[in-house]
Design a protein around this ligand. Structure first.
Ligand SMILES: Nc1ncnc2c1ncn2[C@@H]1O[C@H](COP(=O)(O)OP(=O)(O)O)[C@@H](O)[C@H]1O
Ligand SMILES: [Mg+2]
Length: 266
């Protein structure tokens, strides 16, 4: 099972869109995919028609069970989407309170990792969406992952935000005592604007080797797909943005790991 976390401390850079797009493409090729919503705002859960204000089976349940020393039983918390092969472990607003409510019990940073371990036979890929906050939720996501994907909007302040994110990553991986490979993904690229072309040039210069060599273009179809509540790949499979995510996925399947089965996925 491959576990990829999508994260950036900046909001609105395309994190949730990246999770849904890659998950949709993987599911379309017959891979069994679980999306995990670790963001208390629950945009990913909303995308699939759930209401994070409802008291429903969710990531919160994992932490609650952990704090009560109960079995995590993650299978009882997942939700089937309308899309074949695509399940969701939703978020609820209550997730924002776990640090306050449950304190920092030993092992609290590895709850998601333990839960996903129990789902090893059920899914081929797990994609984790994260909040733009440094905290126990992001630590859980990183601790569980093989690969960190960092979407960066190609605009003037991109470099500043990314420096912060890289510092956070260094701190967290140090405290976890493990390395997590990362890939930077330039998003919302508009080749007609100087801000996009210039920031892409700087990103490539500074993060050479850790940056996907192409980019995700601006595409209004992403918004249309989110209104329809289906992954972009299932909405308009030939859209420019979907084609870009398809090529990103191909790249990740080769570079993020190299097992035979996953290379056959696309
Ligand atoms: N490449 C893109 N082109 C156009 N709109 C996009 C693109 N990527 C994301 N969006 C839109 O931008 C908004 C923010 O994206 P989202 O993925 O929710 O960001 P985040 O999760 O980082 O906050 C959403 O309305 C989404 O539909
Ligand atoms: Mg989001």
């Amino acid at each position: 099972m491959e576990i990829w976390t999508v994260s950036n401390q900046k909001g609105g850079v395309g994190k949730t869109t990246t999770v849904v797009s890659l998950a949709g493409l993987l599911a379309q090729t017959g891979q069994r995919v679980l999306m995990v919503d670790m963001d208390p705002h629950g945009s990913l859960s909303c995308y699939f028609g759930l209401n994070p204000d409802d008291d429903m089976p969710s990531v919160y349940g994992l932490f609650e069970r952990f704090s009560l020393n109960q079995p995590l039983a993650p299978k009882t918390l997942t939700h089937q989407t309308r899309i074949p092969n695509l399940d969701l472990l939703p978020s609820t607003t209550a997730l924002v309170t776990i640090e306050k409510k449950m304190g920092l019990k030993d092992g609290m940073g590895r709850v998601l990792q333990m839960a996903l371990n129990e789902l090893r036979e059920e899914y081929d890929y797990v994609l984790v969406d994260t909040p733009p906050l440094l905290g126990v939720l992001l630590i859980n996501a990183l601790a569980a992952s093989n690969q960190l994907l960092i979407p960066v909007q190609t605009e003037f302040l991109a470099m500043k935000g990314l420096e912060r994110m890289m510092n956070t990553l260094r701190m967290l991986t140090q405290s976890l005592g493990q390395q997590v490979d990362h890939t930077i993904i330039p998003t919302m690229y508009d080749r007609r604007t100087h801000a996009s072309t210039e920031s892409l040039r700087l990103l490539r210069q500074q993060y050479n080797g850790h940056i996907w060599p192409a980019m995700i273009p601006i595409d209004t179809k992403f918004r249309d797909a989110s209104k329809a509540g289906v992954p972009p790949s299932h909405y308009i499979s030939s859209a420019r943005g979907v084609r870009a995510y398809r090529s990103l996925l191909k790249y990740l399947l080769v570079h993020a790991h190299s097992s035979e089965t996953s290379q056959q996925a696309v």
